[in-house]
Design a protein around this ligand. Sequence first.
Ligand SMILES: *Cc1c(COP(=O)(O)O)cnc(C)c1O
Length: 715
Amino acid sequence: MADSLEIPKRIGRLNELAYNFWWSWHAEARKLFEAVDRPLWRQTHHNPVAILRQVSIERFKELAEDPTFLRQYEGVLKQFDHEHGPRETWLKSHYPDLCEKTIAYFSAEFGLHNSLPIYSGGLGLLAGDHCKEAGELGLPLVGIGFLYPQGYFHQKIETDGSQSANYRPLDISRVAIEPAVFPSESERLVAVQIESRTVYIAVWQVQVGRARLYLMDTDVEQNAPWDRELSARLYGGDRELRIRQEIVLGIGGVRVLRALGIHPGVWHCNEGHTAFQMLERIREKVADGASFDEAAEAIRKTTIFTTHTPVPAGHDAFPSNLIEKYFSDYWPLLGIDQARFWSLGGHQESWGEAFNMTVLALGLSKRRNAVSRLHGEVSRKMWHHLWPDLKADAVPITSITNGIHVPTWIAPEIKILYRKHIAPDWSERQDDPVLWQLVKDIPDKDLWEIRRKLKLKLLGFIRERARRSWIKDRADPIQLIAAGTLLDPDTLTLGYARRFAAYKRSTLVFHDMERLKRILLNQRRPVQIIFAGKAHPADDHGKHLLQSIYNLAKDSGLAGHIAFVENYDMHVAHFLVQGVDVWLNTPRAPLEASGTSGMKAALNGVPQLGILDGWWPEGYNGSNGWVFGKTATELQENSEENDGADAEDLYRVLETQIAPLYYLRDTDGVPRGWIELVKETIRSIAPTFSMRRVVKEYTEKLYAPAINGKETQDI
Ligand SMILES: *Cc1c(COP(=O)(O)O)cnc(C)c1O
C-alpha cells in the first residue's frame, strides 16, 4: 500500500481505490484521480498509485477540504461499494450453484492497464478483459500469471526506421500490486523443482474489480541469479528459458493456488503455454494413490482449454532434449514411462521431434474451444489426426468468439451519447441486441461531432508525443513528420495497428505504390493512414516490414499521409481505435484466429474494412463496414499470389465506396450516408462482440457443464 499515513482520513480510501483496477474502467473514478493532480495524471500515463506517491501533503489537505472533490469522492465510493458489496449478480440469478466454485484462469499474459506491462498483444488483452467481466458478472474467478518485473519492451523507432527494444525495470512501489496474503504467515514463497534445483516463487496479488489475479515472480534472494531472471521478461528469451517459464507458470501456478488455500472447481487454460498445470494436477492425484489413467480422467473433467493459434508452426513446442532435461525426473512421479510421457505431447513423425503443448492440452482437457467460428473449423481440421475415428466436423473443439470489455474500450464522449440516447443504464444491458436498436435515435449531427472530436483528440495526442520527443530525445525533425504531425483532421483516416507478424500483411496496402499514391493524394477526396505496432525483437522479417512502413512515413512524396505511432500499447490503442474513421485489417486468411481491435473500433463508431477472416465473417452483415479480398473458404492455401489481387480489391473498395461515402456531405456538413453506416456498425457489433456475451457463453457452454460433471461437450 502507499503511505496511507500521508492521506488525510477524510479521503483515506483513495488508496483502496488506487489498488483496484476497477478505477480504470469507471470514468468517474478516472476523473477523481485526474482531479487529484492533473499534470501528474498525464505525466504518470494515468497511474493513480504513482500519483498518490507523489502528491504533496499540502495538496492532500486541500483536497480533503474541497467540497467539489469530496462530492466526487463520495460518489465514486458509493458506486464502488455497491458493486463490491453483496449485490445480485448475473451468476447468482442464473447459476446460484456456481457461486462458490472458483474458476482458476491460467495465462502467460494479462492486459489490464498500461501501468502493469505484463501483456504483449491480443492474447493478454483477452485475458485481462475476461477477468474484468467475470468479476462484474459475479464469477469467482482468480487469474494466475507472471509479474514480469521488466515487462514487455518499449518500442523506439530510430531515424532509419529500425526498432529498438527497451526493457524498463518496473518500480513496484508505483504499481497497483501487493504481496499475496497466505493463510499461514510463515509461508510466503512457493517452491518448484527445475532440474535438481529448487526455485522459489514470490506471489503478488492484483485486484481487478471483484476478480483477483495472482502474479508469480522468481526474483527472490533465495534463488540463483539465473533463476531470479527467469520471470523478468515476457517472451524475452530462447526455448530453454521458455520451458522454464512454463514450468513455473503451470506447475508453480497450481502450487501457488494450493498454498493460498484456493480450491478451484474449474481450471481454464488460456493457450498451450499453461498446459503443464494439467500434469501437476495429475501428479497430485498419483501421489494420493491414483493410477495415471484415473488421475488424468479426473482432471480432464474440470479442465477447459482455449486455443488461439490457427497455424501448426505457431504452436508452442519443445525439442526432445529440453523435455528430457526438465522432465525425466518428473514423469516417474506421474507413474508413467518416457514413451508414454512423449505421447502426451503428440510426438509423431509429421510433427518432427517436438513435444507440442497444444496436443498436451487438448488431450488433458475435456472441454476445448477456438476463438471464432472460422477458427473453430480450422482447428477441428488441424487437429483431426488426434481423433482419427471421428469425422472432421465432429472433432470435439467448439468455438466461442472473442469480445471486448466494453467499459474499458469505450470513449467517454461516446458513452455520454449512449447514456443519453439509448438508455441511462445501457451498460447494464450491453449484450442485449434489442436495446441497441435505439442507436438510430442518436442525432446524426451529435454523433458526427463526437466522431470529429475523437479524431482531433487522436491528432492532439500524436502531436503532444511528437513535441515531447522533440524536447526530450532531440528527435530528428523527419521523425516528427513520420510520427504524424502533418495529419489533417478533415481527411478520411484509416487506422492499422497490430503486431508486425508476417501473416498480418501490414504492407499489403503498399502493394501498388502508384495506385496508392493516387488514392492518398486525391485532391477532392484525400486519404491518410496511421500505423502502429511492435515487431517481436527476434523477428527480423517483422522488423523489416516495420522499417519499410516507417520509411514511407518519412517520404515527402506521400506528403505526411502515412504516419507511424511508436510503442503501440493499451494507451495508444485507446486513442487509435476511438479516433480514426476506418479500421483496416488485412490478414492472410485464415490465419487470424479472431482479432479484437476491430471490435473496439466498432464500439466507438469506427467501421472496419477487412478480409473475411477471424471474427469478421460473423461481424460483417453487408451494411456495417466493408470486405475485400479472397475469403478463407475460397482459398485452397494461403499463398502470396493472392496479395496482388487482394490489394487491388482493397483499392477498389476504398476508391469507389469508402471515400465517396465519407466525403458526401449534406448542406449542414454532416455526411448522412456515412453516419448511417456508423450507426449500423454500432448497432450490429456492440452487443454481440462484448465480453459480457463472451463470459456468459463460457459459463453456459463450458464452466457450468464442467462443474456439474456433464460428460460430453457440444460443438
Ligand atoms: C486490442 C489490442 C491488441 C489485439 O488486437 P488484434 O486486433 O487482435 O490484433 C493488441 N495490442 C493492443 C495494445 C490492443 O489494445
